[in-house]
Design a protein around this ligand. Structure first.
Ligand SMILES: [Zn+2]
Length: 348
């Protein structure tokens, strides 16, 4: 049995350590992927802390789900994926048989099997095994690092844009714009012709947003009581944002954004805080025809579309910091301490 290096979590909420493990063999219906790039992100840090599951029976665990690589072995019964295929991964372990899966709404699977990197070992390793139905084609024009970004960092914003129909008549206010979801959402909405107001709270984060996004994106300081007025004033026709996307879950900022919202506007929530709720009065929904919608990851189709946007240079990603396996625990410590935003890319 050959060995490989991996980043291992011994218990939820614990520290990550790099050690040798057995190189996994693909079971029937699975493939083994030589990992070439894997995002090291806040979503994974949330999973490491037990935010998706804290079942002790699931540890020790190799985390990591936002990855791309090359198939190097296939298990029995796999006919639609071959050794040598360039692939990127789908995060959700879906059944493939329920009504939602068969209709293509794979993010709404009603027989959900959990998350890759949580309910089975993930991609913080030289190689990983994954159901063949969870790998999708990585277009030739996309690098492995771009594939890792597409798998979640760009696919999730693409789903938000699909949910809300963002187009050239919209002004999109992004709360938490300096994070990787915020940056990619700002770029994607701008690429669809929307005006974008990119809100965040620290000067260095606002400077980062300004540096990495196109001219159609205007940074807005989310601090201060006059935030709703400044947001309205910054919208091209003074009507307020038509779409607000919240990647943070700060209730005060969310209430401010609701106050600034255009008639008929939509607030999209992406956060999964267990004990926070946002509940405007019923009459406010009627008077303004505003709506609050949730957005859950992305469909397999959207993951492939996200990869194609990057392959064709219709959306650009910035050069992320690259780390090796030994650098992953340290980057997670930075994420945990709030010292890092955006993402790093693991190249094992
Ligand atoms: Zn299903």
């Amino acid at each position: 049995m050959s060995r490989m290096d991996a980043v291992v979590l011994e218990e939820w909420g614990g520290d990550l350590t790099v050690r040798e493990v057995e190189r996994p063999e693909p079971a029937p219906g699975e493939v083994r992927v030589d990992v070439r790039a894997c995002g090291v992100t806040r979503t994974i840090e949330n999973a490491v802390r037990g935010g998706l599951s804290d079942d002790p029976g699931l540890t020790p665990r190799i985390p990591g789900h936002e990855f791309a690589g090359v198939v190097d072995a296939v298990g029995d019964g796999v006919t639609d994926v071959a050794v040598g295929d360039r692939v990127l991964a789908y995060f959700y372990l879906t059944c493939g048989r329920c009504d939602r899966c068969r209709r293509g709404d794979t993010n709404q699977c009603t027989d959900f099997g959990g998350w890759f990197g949580v309910h089975r070992d993930g991609a913080y390793a030289d190689a990983t095994t994954i159901p063949a139905s969870n790998v999708l084609p990585l277009p030739d024009g996309a690098s492995f690092a771009e594939g890792a970004v597409a798998a979640d960092g760009l696919a999730t914003p693409l789903h938000v844009c699909d949910r809300t129909g963002v187009g050239d008549d919209d002004t999109v206010l992004v709360l938490g714009a300096a994070g990787r979801i915020g940056v990619h959402l700002s770029k994607l909405a701008a690429a669809r012709g929307a005006h974008v107001l990119a809100a965040d709270v620290h000067d260095d984060r606002l400077a980062h947003v300004d540096a990495v996004t196109p001219d159609a994106v205007t940074p807005v300081d989310a601090r201060g009581d006059d935030f709703p007025e400044r947001v309205r004033a910054a919208t091209p026709y003074g009507e307020g944002p038509t779409v607000v996307v919240d990647t943070v879950g700060d209730l005060e900022t969310l209430r401010d954004a609701w106050a600034a919202l255009a008639m008929g506007g939509q607030v999209v929530t992406l956060t999964t805080h267990h004990e926070r709720s946002f509940a405007p009065l019923l009459k406010e929904f009627v008077v303004t025809e505003a709506s609050v919608v949730g957005s859950r990851y992305a469909t397999k189709d959207e993951v492939v579309r996200a990869a194609r946007l990057l392959a064709d240079d219709r959306v650009e990603v910035d050069d992320a910091r690259t780390v090796d396996l030994a650098g992953v625990p340290e980057y997670h410590r930075d994420l945990r301490a709030g010292d890092a935003y955006g993402m790093a890319v693991l190249e094992p």
